[in-house]
Ligand binder design. Structure first.
Ligand code: SF4
Ligand code: SF4
Length: 439
């Protein structure tokens, strides 16, 4: 039975009841929307350049945008139809307006799989090329291009698969392990081959025996399944490594620097589909949750507006005031249902009109220190807040703002209802600009 509350550093709890039991619900396949809204950027890295124009006919799985930047990945159409325009919309990953292709759906058919390839017969470079060509990116929320992460992690000692699924509103990763265990295991094998066959560990919040098929496949393939304590912040790569492997990732370094490559379980699944069947990443599993409607696991095409998900579930749009994309604690909230799912969307939370933002009327900081006690990376958000407001770059560096994982726990516990995350992001952007201008 999954825990209902996550105990965090400092003795605080994050309420996980919103996903309690949700992993029992099978994915429901959502139909294609009448119009797909496909952002040209679906990951961390530059947006792709459109390869099609208004009036062009496209088929499902056709590449419609690409970039020659090392961190660029292509975007593919999830439907067959006609391009009807390019529009700027707030992006679920940045909150800022970014360009998206509009494609009118004319045929709901999905891309056709090619003849199965045996990944064990493919050289690692070919695996990387196939992963990139299919547009695979980190699907746990961060969106780092998978081919680039595999390239930088070659020769790593450990491949750590993250099925920790920390966010209190997300159950789609565990559901994926239950429903598509064989494909996930094969995908993990693909990633391991690309990295040079490191030791594979799969970190999960489930208890032993709760994933019987996957646990059997893992044993057959020599993966070690590690059942870790339920705790919200430990889903972050930087904290997952010490939790599972017992050593730290030093400040300013990344897991590959200490011989570890971390991939989300949905990314492993998508990489497997890309390499084995040549299938581009055009759909994914996610969890929708709302207070009175409960939760659902949905299998959704990338580019599907939330409005279409609501129609599919029979929920009236008018009852919601805004939608949070991804983590309930970290994601951006949008007041309209036209925003679409992207490759990194693990979940959507619908907030009702009777659920006002708790951060709408913040009070002055009362120096209670709760935010400092709960911060999982042991920095001091209360002091950082003051330094951001003063624009004091020297203090921000001294306080190690760059270590912040943007987990949102400081906002979650703050009795003055101060929303830290935008301020922390502003502070990081300020430091980046300062570093650039100093040469
Ligand atoms: S958002 Fe950053 S500063 Fe706040 S608790 Fe999380 S890691 Fe610490
Ligand atoms: S939790 Fe809020 S009120 Fe308390 S010290 Fe931090 S910012 Fe100030």
């Amino acid at each position: 039975m999954p825990a209902e509350r996550y105990r965090e550093r400092g003795g605080f709890f994050v309420d996980a009841r919103m996903k309690h039991g949700l992993e029992e619900l099978p994915f429901q396949e959502v139909s294609a929307p009448p119009e797909v809204v496909l952002f040209l950027r679906q990951h961390i890295g530059p947006a792709g350049k459109p390869l099609v124009r208004e009036g062009h006919r496209v088929r499902a799985g056709q590449k419609v945008a690409d970039s020659d930047d090392p961190l660029g990945v292509p975007v593919h159409s999830p439907v067959s139809g006609t391009v009807v325009g390019l529009r700027e919309l707030p992006h679920p990953m940045s909150g800022r307006p970014e360009p998206a292709l509009l494609i009118r759906t004319e045929d709901e058919g999905m891309p056709t799989p090619a003849d199965e390839q045996d990944p064990d017969k493919l050289p690692p470079e070919e695996i990387l090329a196939r992963v990139r060509e299919a547009g695979v990116v980190g699907m746990g929320g961060a969106g780092y291009p998978t081919h680039a992460k595999l390239r930088s992690g070659r020769g790593a000692r450990f491949l750590l698969i993250n099925t920790k699924e920390s966010d209190p509103n997300v159950a789609c990763d565990v559901r994926l392990l239950r429903e598509r265990a064989e494909e996930v295991a094969a995908g993990i094998g693909v990633l391991a081959r690309a990295l040079g066959e490191p030791q594979v560990l799969v970190a999960t919040r489930t208890a032993p025996g709760e994933l019987p098929e996957f646990e059997r496949l893992a044993q057959e393939r020599g993966f070690r399944v590690v059942h870790i304590r339920p705790c919200y912040s430990v889903g972050s790569e930087r904290l997952l490594v010490p939790e599972v492997l017992g050593f730290e990732v030093p400040l300013g370094r990344y897991p590959p620097d200490v011989g570890v490559v971390v991939h989300n379980v949905a990314t492993a699944y998508a990489a497997g589909q890309a390499v084995r069947y040549g299938l581009p990443l055009v759909s994914r599993g996610l969890t929708f949750w709302a207070q009175d409607a409960g939760g659902r696991n949905l299998w959704v095409r990338v580019g599907t507006p939330v409005r279409h998900l609501l129609a599919f579930m029979g929920l009236a749009e008018e009852r919601f005031s805004r939608f949070v994309f991804g983590s309930a604690l970290m994601g951006w909230a949008f007041p309209e249902a036209g925003i679409p799912v992207v490759k990194t969307t693990t979940g959507v939370v619908g907030l009702g009109r009777e659920e006002p933002s708790p951060y709408a009327r913040p009070l002055p900081c009362m120096r209670c220190g709760y935010c400092d006690r709960v911060c999982p990376v042991r920095i001091y958000p209360s002091l950082i807040l003051a330094a951001v407001k003063k624009g004091d770059g020297r203090a921000l560096r001294r306080l190690h703002l760059e270590a912040c994982i943007e987990c949102g726990l400081c906002s979650y516990v703050c009795p003055a209802r101060i929303l830290f995350t935008p301020l922390l992001r502003d502070g990081k952007a300020f430091l980046r600009v300062q570093a650039l201008t100093k040469g």
